[in-house]
Ligand binder design. Structure first.
Ligand code: MF3
Ligand code: CO
Length: 258
């Protein structure tokens, strides 16, 4: 989501609500897994969107992104220098070596699931693309690993930033993760940069979507004329991973896994 939301209360979820969100997010993870197998040379990004939407409806869910502030599709497909919010198109075909980020959201019984993964079409992508993917995934894991009893959100943000920057890459600031529940975007904002010991304390019952966007060059963002597709200002590669994570008294519970 865009980095700019008014500060409102963070609503804690009851265990039964987290159960529903577990189902919503498991479905997102399942469909993202199926989509990764569709990342084949020649496939259109529109095909990926149709595929995702069918799988969403088949599981009794609704697409979360379609119609959100006018977003026209069920899936975001962002290729190479595209960071997030790439709009699927009948005219855009995947090519061997493309770095593809897939972002998917569903609504299940009024509760939201949201996750993203990145992969490479074929096996022979440039080595920087492979490294970028590993580092972005590692940054997300490093952030989640900081969720211990009563951590500050800034500890999570700082861990993501340090992990990505130590690998020689940069984190995007214009977009951030978010609280999630009965809405796709709830407080708090979850930046992928920041300082340890700052920000709200994470309490059991909070659910947040953590979504590092990491680039191989400039971290500045430009939005294309379609009003959605966010690209790196210098055309460098970007990768994106996202998990929805519940805070429990035993630590983090990643909801967006199978
Ligand atoms: N994971 C992204 C976000 O939280 C996906 C939003 S796509 C949109 O911002 F179309 F819904 F905006
Ligand atoms: Co999100």
């Amino acid at each position: 989501m865009k980095n700019k939301v008014a500060i409102r209360r963070i609503r804690l979820k009851a265990p039964w609500e987290i159960e529903l969100m577990r189902t919503a997010n498991r479905i997102v993870a399942e469909i993202l897994g199926l989509l990764m197998e569709e990342l084949v040379e020649g496939v259109t990004t529109h095909h990926l969107d149709l595929f995702a939407e069918k799988e969403i409806l088949r599981r009794g869910c609704k697409p979360a992104f379609k119609g959100y502030h006018g977003y026209p599709a069920s899936l975001c497909v962002s290729i190479n220098e595209e960071i997030v919010h790439g709009i699927p198109s009948r005219h855009r075909r995947l090519r061997q070596g493309d770095l593809v980020s897939l972002d998917l959201g569903v609504v299940y019984n009024g509760y939201y699931g949201d996750a993203a993964v990145s992969g490479i079409v074929g096996s022979k992508g440039p080595s920087v693309a492979h490294r970028l993917i590993e580092v972005t995934k590692g940054a997300l894991e490093a952030g989640i690993s900081k969720i211990k009893p009563r951590p500050r959100l800034g500890n999570v943000s700082a861990a993501i930033q340090v992990y990505a920057e130590s690998a020689g890459f940069g984190v995007v600031r214009q977009f951030v993760g978010h609280g999630i529940g009965k809405a796709l975007h709830e407080p708090p904002e979850v930046p992928n940069y920041g300082r340890k010991g700052t920000g709200p304390v994470l309490k059991p019952g909070m659910v947040i979507a953590i979504e590092p966007m990491v680039t191989a060059g400039s971290v500045d963002v430009r939005v294309l004329e379609d009003g959605w597709t966010a690209v790196t200002a210098d055309g460098s590669l970007a990768a994106h991973f996202e998990h929805t994570v519940a805070i429990t008294n035993k630590g983090p519970l990643i909801l967006s896994v199978i």
